[in-house]
Design a protein around this ligand. Structure first.
Ligand code: BES
Ligand code: MN
Ligand code: MN
Length: 462
């Protein structure tokens, strides 16, 4: 009987080649031009699950992109692990900033990944990390090492808000029943500092439109006498933070969970170098809410950021014009106890209130979701921690992340189970950015670590 280590050594090239085939499919859920490719990717996942040893696989139709379901039930008395992941990816643009094409995967060495990293859109988020689970399953089924039941649920709309999955989960509670949910769609501190993500932030995403005059105007003939919607919009946006970088929306912080001194001291123990942080993204200094550290600012504190802003003339040369309209897309990252629907309402009311009479304001909510915190005093977390101890030789550090996977809170509500976030990516892997990549070492380490999670969980469950 082979160990996971020998199985990986033997099949490493095939594991990479298969992932390359998956990464070649541009499954961009945000852009309807790629509908065919997204559906092709769903089929790819379905086939992979079948080949990895699932007894039953299904392409579940939804109002949007299909959800791929797979299962292997070996004994009803044994616990069940539910794996979640997503096969859709972010758009690749700005495409000109990629050093090699986003859907032509290639291995290149980097300072952080001296053994090579796979460069492609989705390499880390989430195709590479999702596929680790399929290969880990293949090992367990083919070697007779699957210690419990397993279910897979892989969706194609995570990057656009998981609307279809929110529809699917409450309608399929029985089918999805499980004892623990396991996800690899986050990161860890460094390859020699393993960590387990214990928190995700919530999200409220809105679009705003400010309308001034009913048509674009000559900026000489009218300038100074009418409200310029771009001037007004930027002024309104600037007023959303005060001089301490606190958010000024009334009621915004009312439900924010304040951590105790002890909890904050515990968090501060996680290794972090401000100098390396600054260097890694080439900034002169960090910036944020007064009274909080960098790690706190991007995990336990809520934020408000403009993601895009446009209006008026942006073409070549100069055009003297006062635009009729200005727009912005704004995201708010939320922390435990903040309700995203409530925050969206607070934003809308406030934004409408601060607008001068000279303009009209329209706020359109997009998607959103609740934050999530994984407790560490449960067997799911313990199983994960022990797994890392075996394969990394170190106890992983629990760490809250700034990112969001809104569907996780819904899993807890509908399926009453905890989610364990075993992410193997690094912040420097450039997810959502040009030149996204995933370390070959990380990919294989994930495949190696996952079977230990199953074994530990099945053991601790007894
Ligand atoms: N995998 C990410 C979330 C993530 C990455 C969490 C790294 C923690 C660490 C996920 O695919 C994602 O991008 N989520 C979106 C939210 C979604 C509603 C579009 C996000 O966080 O912006
Ligand atoms: Mn993801
Ligand atoms: Mn993502």
């Amino acid at each position: 009987m082979h160990t996971i280590q020998s199985y990986i050594a033997k099949n490493k090239n095939r594991f990479l080649n298969e992932l390359f085939e998956l990464l070649k499919l541009p499954s961009i859920s945000a852009d309807s031009a790629y509908k065919k490719e997204v559906l092709q990717t769903a089929d790819f996942v379905l086939t992979s699950l079948k080949e990895a040893g699932c007894d039953k696989v299904e392409l579940c139709e939804t109002p949007g992109y299909p959800i791929i379901y797979g299962e292997k039930i070996i004994d009803k008395n044994l616990p069940t692990v539910l794996i979640y992941g997503h096969y859709d990816v972010q758009p690749a643009d700005p495409i000109e900033l990629w050093t090699t094409p986003p859907f032509e995967p290639i291995i290149k060495k980097t300072d952080i990944h001296p053994e090579g990293a796979i460069f492609a859109r989705g390499a880390c988020d989430d195709k590479g990390q999702m596929y680790m689970h399929i290969k880990a399953l293949e090992y367990m089924t083919s070697s007779g090492n699957l210690p419990c039941n397993v279910k897979f649920m892989i969706e194609g709309e995570e990057e656009v808000g998981s609307e279809s999955l929110s529809w699917f989960v409450p309608r399929n509670k029985e089918k999805l029943a499980n004892d623990v949910i396991l996800i690899s769609d986050t990161g860890m501190i460094a390859n020699d500092i393993p960590s387990i993500t214990t928190g995700l932030r919530g999200l409220s995403y809105v679009e705003v439109e400010v309308t001034g005059p009913n048509r674009d105007l000559h900026s000489g003939l009218y300038g100074g006498a009418v409200a310029n919607p771009i001037n007004i919009l930027t002024k309104m946006i600037a007023s959303l933070h005060d001089e301490n970088n606190h958010i000024t929306i009334p009621g915004f912080y009312d439900k924010v969970e304040e951590l105790s001194k002890e909890e904050r001291a515990e968090m501060a123990k996680a290794p972090f170098s401000k100098e390396d942080y600054k260097k890694s993204i080439d900034i002169g200094d960090v910036y944020g809410e007064v009274g909080y550290t960098t790690n706190e600012r991007n995990s336990i504190r809520p934020t408000l950021d403009v993601n895009g802003i446009w209006g008026g003339y942006t073409g070549e040369g100069a055009k003297t014009v006062i635009a009729s309209k200005a727009y912005a897309k704004i995201s708010m990252r939320l922390v435990p106890h903040q309700d995203w629907k409530e925050i969206t309402k607070l934003f809308k009311n406030h934004f409408e209130n601060i607008a001068p009479k000279a303009v009209k304001v329209k706020v359109t909510p997009h998607h959103g979701g609740q934050g999530y915190v994984t407790p560490i005093d449960n067997i799911g977390y313990q199983a994960a921690s022990l797994a890392y101890q075996t394969t990394f030789g170190k106890i992983p550090i629990p760490q809250r992340s700034g990112g969001s996977i809104p569907i996780v809170a819904l899993f807890e509500k509908e399926l009453s189970s905890k989610t364990i976030l075993m992410g193997f990516g690094l912040n420097s892997d450039a997810i959502h950015s040009p030149n996204e990549h995933f370390g070959v070492w990380n990919y294989l380490k994930g495949i190696e670590t996952i079977p230990y999670f199953y074994a530990n969980f099945a053991n601790l469950y007894r």
